[in-house]
Ligand binder design. Structure first.
Ligand code: CIZ
Length: 341
């Protein structure tokens, strides 16, 4: 746990505000086992970040895989990458700090070119987004002329620019089903492509990309987690097909969120996705019992409150997302096509 008192000095007239901030954080984070002392150690950070963001007119967006101190301490809007990008078009602030991984900030910039989008620190990689380039998509199109290309949202702007339509884990199945074509190129998540082929009966041409966090989940570990027949199991579509075949439901975190809203108090739920999402659900739905997945995306976990504070106080050009306008416009088409479904 960071000790921040040496870094941030809270003036004596603000001590009351600091106490209130500790109480606000504790009311949320205690549900994950945080102590009052732990909340005291981060409160000077959250207080300072929340003050600066208001003074500078910045909205903080956080992906559901971020840690709970970011989600409940400083974020204004929380969700999946598409939900965040769409919300960004609705907020009046024109400066957005995106806490997630780099492709998410790019997606936000694709949809919101007139806004300034910046990140706590650049270089938050994603094994899926980094597995493929626009050149790979061009090659696939050459090999399979006339076959439509769907790219998963976990891709960089250059890949979206070469694709016909983008999708998220929440709408991938619907888009594959509704496209007239019986054969579809799906990039870059091979597990998701195979899962979609199984779910829709269509012929899916895949690419060898994986999410290291979801791909690492083995059947053996799944069996250990599902230690009670009454548990409702819900796996992310980035998991291996052998996991998807065993669970009650499959989809993205948006689907999981909708599912839990309808769950009954006392119900036991296993969400096979990143632990940050499970923690968020534990705080938002205290009447439901969630089994920890302990699936961790290390890139998502590189963002923390000190890094956010540094970026929000003194952003440099390195923090700001810029896209080539020609690429952005082409990528916008693929993302916009998805919004029709
Ligand atoms: O779309 C997203 O944000 C990702 C990558 C996963 C999910 O299902 O939320």
């Amino acid at each position: 746990m960071v000790t921040v008192e040496e870094v941030i000095i809270i003036p004596s007239q603000d001590q009351e505000k600091l106490k209130e901030e500790v109480d606000r954080l504790y009311a949320k984070l205690a549900k994950l086992g945080w102590t009052k002392e732990a909340c005291e150690s981060i409160a000077p950070f959250t207080l300072r970040i929340n003050t600066i963001k208001k003074e500078k007119g910045i909205k903080i967006f956080a992906h559901s895989y971020q840690t709970a101190d970011i989600i409940f301490g400083v974020a204004d809007i929380v969700g999946d990458s598409l939900g965040l990008a769409k919300k960004a078009t609705e907020v009046e602030e024109d400066t957005i700090l995106l806490c997630g991984v780099d492709f998410m900030a790019e997606t936000m910039k694709i949809l919101n070119p007139e806004k300034t989008v910046f990140v706590p620190e650049p270089g938050r990689d994603c094994t899926l987004a980094d597995s493929i380039t626009g050149e790979d998509v061009k090659r696939l199109k050459k090999e399979h002329p006339g076959v439509p290309v769907i790219c998963y949202v976990n891709t960089n702007a250059g890949v979206k620019a070469e694709s016909d339509i983008c999708c998220t884990s929440a709408n991938a199945r619907r888009i594959v089903e509704q496209l007239e074509a019986e054969t579809i190129i799906f990039v870059p998540d091979e597990n998701m492509g195979k899962n979609l082929a199984e779910l829709t009966g269509k012929n899916i041409i895949t690419f060898p990309g994986y999410c290291r966090t979801h791909h690492a989940l083995s059947e053996k570990r799944f069996n250990t987690l599902q230690d009670d027949a009454a548990i409702k199991t819900f796996a992310h579509l980035e998991c291996k097909p052998e996991i998807i075949q065993k669970v009650d439901f499959a989809g993205g975190t948006g689907d999981m969120h909708r599912f839990v809203k309808k769950a009954k108090p006392g119900e036991k739920v296993l969400f096979l996705t990143e632990q940050g999402f499970v923690d968020r659900m534990k705080i938002e739905f205290p009447d439901i019992e969630f089994v920890d997945s302990n699936m961790i995306c290390i890139s998502m976990k590189r963002n923390d409150l000190p890094t956010i504070l540094k970026a929000i106080e003194n952003p440099t050009s390195e923090n700001i997302i810029e896209l080539d306008e020609k690429v952005r416009k082409k990528a916008f088409k693929a993302v916009n096509n998805m919004l029709k479904y």
